[in-house]
Design a protein around this ligand. Structure first.
Ligand code: NAD
Length: 475
């Protein structure tokens, strides 16, 4: 597939290519141009040319185009989902959910387009009118783990607010973004409003952050990359949204519905082969129920069916790349080497004719983990779950907060007082009760501490892609 610039499929200036392979089979699916800063410059020119006309449309007119695009995405959801499974690895049913989620985001923003608001302030000797203006050209840099939903989180509010955009997908998952951009164009998005430039982070990503006409960058990815982007952007005082890593704790109290919590932990950790920013990455279970809880969870983990996500009945796909699997294997091997915990199940790659060509890792449960083990302190972006037994809620909250991250957290309980304490005391941008992972488009989403800056979703994101401008009428 080619890049998407100014509403056209466009080759790269340099002529180099990036191979896109299926992580379940190693088979080449397609290739995309290996972009360079000149490609970003062309995309910015296209975005700049489209800017005036797009900004002049009413929010409602922009919303109608997004709504129409959502309809086309729903019509073609199976094809898009198949492409997503092939490049990313996730089971087709998860890919279908993700594509439908993308459509829901566009529908949500189309829905609120009818409520475009401003403010009037009466001062006696003057009246003031405050309006929201688009920022201009925005950059979006997205990761490979949930490329479709994250693209939606960025383009939905940015385009509705009247901005134009240059978006860079991750190099292992560019195809779904390119396909979606073409669908948006066919839904009536004027050429140049949304441009997709493929290429590496160092070349295309940094060129987006450095480009002087791009006034806001929204980035989702690793904390180290986010920090680098923050430094690059600070020279030009750019507006930034940074959605970074997480190490979400899940707390299960003695009064929880155990079976429901077991299912919550299973889905919360192993969905998308554990490669989700808000996955359950640390599980704290009250000691009075931890034995039965772990026994039930282990049965469910061992029953997960791993394989090529396009095949029916698959619960767990491969990891997205060899590097990701290696990183996970290193952290798990360290547990054994340093006697930092007990591997209850898994702990190695999946092998055999169905797995050898891909990057499969066995779903893994680890108990008795030492507090300083990397399994608890680092972000574990794969199908490995450490379970820690805790004597009481105080300890659970203290351990939950023993992290540099603060993206999400959940508590599983039927007690209102427990809920209130966790909500008040655990540091996270979202606290779920008897749920984990769910992020509908209506609610603001983003992290505390090193999990990021800013919020996506909801009207909060719309505000973050605009700025106020005031008319002061002195009488
Ligand atoms: P990554 O930081 O390696 O890459 C993300 C994107 O940034 C890719 O498109 C990459 O090409 C680009 N990039 C890399 N170096 C760059 C640079 N120097 N300048 C500009 N762009 C650059 O992250 P990843 O491995 O693709 O994604 C996994 C991470 O994303 C995890 O930490 C996960 O928790 C996080 N994540 C966070 C959220 C959230 O909303 N908070 C959502 C999903 C994933």
């Amino acid at each position: 597939m080619l890049m998407r610039i100014g509403g056209k499929d466009t080759g790269g200036v340099d002529g180099g290519w990036i191979d896109v392979k299926n992580p379940a089979t190693g088979v080449l699916i397609d290739r995309v141009p290996d972009g360079i800063p000149e490609d970003v410059a062309h995309a910015v020119e296209a975005a700049d040319a489209a800017s005036g006309g797009w900004k002049k449309k009413s929010m409602r007119e922009r919303g109608i185009i997004l709504f129409h695009a959502a309809g086309l995405v729903r019509e073609q959801h199976r094809d898009i989902a198949q492409l997503l499974t092939m490049e990313q690895g996730k089971p087709l049913k998860e890919a279908i959910d993700e594509v439908r989620g993308f459509a829901s985001i566009l529908e949500f923003y189309a829905g609120i387009s009818a409520h475009s608001t401003g403010e009037a302030i009466r001062l006696g000797s003057a009246d003031c009118m405050v309006v929201h203006e688009p920022i201009g050209i925005c950059g979006a840099i997205i990761p490979w783990n949930m490329p479709v939903i994250i693209m939606g989180w960025k383009i939905g509010p940015a385009l509705l607010a009247g901005n134009t955009m240059v978006l860079k997908p991750a190099s292992t998952t560019p195809l779904s973004s390119l396909k979606l951009a073409a669908i948006l164009d066919s839904a009536g998005l004027p050429p140049g409003v949304l441009n997709v430039v493929t290429g590496s982070g160092e070349s295309v990503g940094e060129a987006i952050v450095r480009h002087p006409l791009i006034r806001k960058v929204s980035f989702t990815g690793d904390c180290t990359t986010g920090e680098k982007i923050r430094q690059l952007a600070s020279g030009q005082l750019k507006d930034l949204t940074l959605e970074l890593g997480g190490s979400d704790p899940m707390i299960v109290m003695v009064d929880a519905d155990i079976d429901k919590a077991v299912e919550g932990a299973l889905r919360g950790r192993f969905y998308n082969a554990g490669q989700t920013c808000t996955a359950v990455k640390r599980l704290y279970v009250h000691e009075k129920i931890s034995k039965i809880f772990v026994k039930k969870l282990r049965v469910r983990v061992d029953a997960l069916k791993a394989g090529n996500g396009l095949e029916p009945g698959i619960d767990l796909g491969p990891m997205n790349s060899a590097g990701q699997r290696e990183r996970i294997a290193d952290i798990v091997n360290e547990i054994t080497d340093k006697c930092e915990g007990k591997i209850l199940t898994g702990g190695c790659s999946l092998t055999g004719p169905s797995y050898d060509a891909g990057y499969f890792y066995r779903p893994t449960l680890v108990s008795d983990v030492s507090p300083g083990a990397r399994l608890l302190t680092d972000e574990i972006f794969g199908p490995v779950l450490p379970v820690v037994s805790v004597p009481d809620l105080d300890t659970a909250i203290k351990e939950a907060n023993r992290s540099r991250y603060g993206l999400g957290a959940s508590v599983w309980t039927t007690n209102l007082a427990t809920t209130k304490r966790v909500f008040d005391e655990v540091h996270a941008g979202i606290i779920w009760v008897n749920r984990h992972l769910t992020i509908p488009p209506e609610i603001p989403f983003g992290g505390m501490n090193e999990s990021g800056i800013g919020r996506e979703n909801g009207s909060h994101a719309l505000d973050s892609y605009s700025r106020t401008k005031t008319l002061f009428l002195g009488w």
